[in-house]
Structures are given as structure tokens and as C-alpha cells.
Design a protein around this ligand. Sequence first.
Ligand code: GDP
Length: 310
Amino acid sequence: MIVALGGGVGAAKFLRGLSRVIKDEALTVIVNTGDDITIYGLRISPDIDIVIYWLSDTVDKEKGWGIKGDTFHCLHALERFGLESWFRLGDRDMATHIYRTYLRQKGLTPSEITERLVKAFRIQENIKILPMTDEDVETWIVTEEGDMHFQEYLVKRSMKPRVKGVFVKGIERAKPAPEVIETIEQARGIVVCPSNPIISIGPILQVKGIKEALIRTDAKIIAISPLVGGAPLKGPADRLMRGVGLEVSSTEIARLYRDFLDKMVIDEKDAAESLRIESLGIEPVVIDTVMSDDRKAESVAKRVLDLLTT
Ligand code: GDP
């Protein structure tokens, strides 16, 4: 079994490639839930949904999130009541959040709900998706303009406020979701997807016992850097890394994962970082990591699978 740890778009693109080259081998994805938020009473789990939409080929690939061809009638109708509409929820996407909220009210856990969503979206049978925890946690950003939920910082404020820190509300109480630790223990190989190290992988590593399980396991662990040419392709990874006092580089990300990491895949544009990564005791692997289409995502995934075997 292969296990992957990931957040949103970068992870989902890679996982789509992996799902197409992994054949029958089991793949379990442990997904960040720190980005979760409640809007209009609906519980939204952006990273879980992005992974499900990519793996079921329902995603809007241009945007990287949401459902392709979706409309926004409901959101516009809500504006009539004076409600804020900065979080762009499409009509079909909204159905996912209504279903999630309905099941939560019936007493189902996030893991149980995710399992139902995976089935409903007819994702390949050999793929399982696990939220990192069943407890509600939320990533907040400390900025010069005050503390705000990560989604407010990202979407409503378009990453403008200067970042001073990051914290995950409720993480001290968060236990790993069922099967998370066992899955890590049983994996033959583990991939840390090209995801934001601060707000996607960071929260996963803060859930009690997950980092320890990664350190303990005999499985080979490989990370793919989300930086290309020393910068994120999209999103706030650079702003957040800088904000918490880190250098923005794949070397720094390798350093964050050094307690458990065997190999770090970096982009050709960052080949010059190889020596620094090697000096951390981590093997650098230089490839073209830009997954601009399914074929390129498959080729990155194939290379990573080979690296897990050799
Ligand atoms: P975000 O920072 O909130 O968008 O969090 P995500 O965990 O969704 O991570 C987005 C990261 O994925 C960004 O840092 C991107 O640079 C990275 N990413 C997206 N597409 C690719 C890709 O094709 N290759 C690589 N190496 N990274 C990617």
C-alpha cells in the first residue's frame, strides 16, 4: 500500500497522476482538514473536496477547485439577503456541503462522511481518503491586521495582510482519524504531496502521533516540493513561510520534514539546491515537477513510484 499526505490543488493534481499509474495497488490519502470552515451553517472541507473532485474528474481544472461547468445561482440568490459571498460556492459544489452538513447532523464523523463522498463520486476502488482527524480544527493566520481564518486571509483578503504567524485552533485535542496511524505503519511507501508545508502538511504533522508514526515506520518517505523556481506556482506558501520566519526554498521544506524524510523531489529550476538538501542527509531528486496536464502528472507520479521501489 502507498500512503500520501496532502492538502489541496498541488496534491490533487499529483494524486490524479498517481491514480492512473498505480494500477491495482492500494492508495490511502491522508488529507489536511485545517482549511475547513463553516459558511451559512454548511461545513466545508476544501482540501477533501478538491482531492475528491480531481480523482473523480469532476473538477474545474482551470480553477483547480470546484466542479467543472458549475453555476452560481444559489450564491447570487443569497446575496439578496445581504449575506457575504466572498467564498465562491457553486451550485453543484453546494450540494456536497449540504450533504456533508446533513450527515454531520445525523451524527456521522468526517471519516464516515468522506467514505460516503468517495463512493458517491465513484472514485477508483483501490483508493481510500481519510481526513487527518475527526475533530474540528481550523487554521488561523496572525496578520498585521489581526487574526483571521485561513480562508478569510486567502479568499476574502486575497493574501494582502502581512503574515506574522499561523496557528491551528483545536489541534491539541485532535486525535488521528481511525486507520490513519495503522495505514502509516502498514505502508510500503509514503509520499508527502506538493502541498503548502505550513497550512496543508503542517497541520497533519501536528495531529497527535502522526509525525511519530512517520518517524517510526520502515517505509520509504518521499516529498515533492511545492516550489518551482523558489516560489509557489499559486497560493500563499511563500508569504506564509516568510511570515513564520522561514527561508522560502525547497531546502527549508526538506529541513521541516528531515526527521522522517528519505528523498526530496525538487524541480529542475531548483537543481542548485541539491547539495544543501544532501547535506541534511536527504537524497535530492531533480525532475520537471510542473504537472500542467494529466500526462505530466502521470510522469511525475511514475517517477515517484519508481523512487519508492528502488
Ligand atoms: P495553498 O498554498 O493554500 O494553495 O495550499 P495547497 O496545499 O493546495 O498547495 C498549493 C501548492 O501546490 C502551491 O505551493 C503550488 O506551488 C503547489 N503546486 C500546484 N501545482 C503544482 C505542480 O504542478 N507542481 C508542483 N511541484 N507544485 C505544484
